[in-house]
Write a protein of this length. Structure first.
Length: 151
């Protein structure tokens, strides 16, 4: 499992809203980790997807269609398809209110399949861990700028 978290000085609803506003990613995301997140049904938006709905993804150049598992205020989660029957990932973004009034933002990937053990943070998952941390930091900067500009 790959797990990251970061404290963001912005309310969970704002952080979640920014995460789900994919069209504006070019304004703040420089890492290029998330290149596409869009509902398979073009009449829908990310925030209206329900469990079972499909989402088209391009994560670090890996293109796939995933299934939404949960889309609630505290959690946005999808299940990626099996890759050659060897591995699949359950990707989660969680938004928890922190004691400071901000958000504890968590991003994780739970792998399953015969080669899932290779995706630990000390093996093949090391690159992914760094990418998730960079994405989280960019989201933090963006969210905190939004809060500062609305003050």
């Amino acid at each position: 499992m790959i797990e990251t978290e970061i404290e963001i000085a912005a309310p969970p609803s704002l952080v979640r809203g920014l995460l789900l506003d994919f069209e504006k990613y070019p304004n703040w995301q420089t890492s290029g980790l998330v290149r596409l997140l869009e509902p398979e049904d073009s009449s829908r938006t990310l925030d209206t997807l329900q469990p079972g709905d499909k989402i088209k993804c391009d994560i670090d150049g890996m293109k796939f269609t995933a299934e939404i598992k949960e889309n609630s205020d505290p959690l946005f989660q999808w299940q990626g398809p099996p890759v050659m029957g060897l591995i699949s990932g359950l990707h989660s973004f969680s938004f928890e209110a922190s004691e400071s009034g901000g958000t504890l933002f968590k991003q994780s990937e739970l792998f399953s399949g015969p080669i899932s053990f290779l995706m630990g943070p000390s093996l093949l998952g090391r690159k992914m861990l760094g990418q998730y941390r960079k994405f989280n930091e960019e989201l933090k900067i963006h969210a905190e700028r939004e809060v500062a500009s609305s003050s």
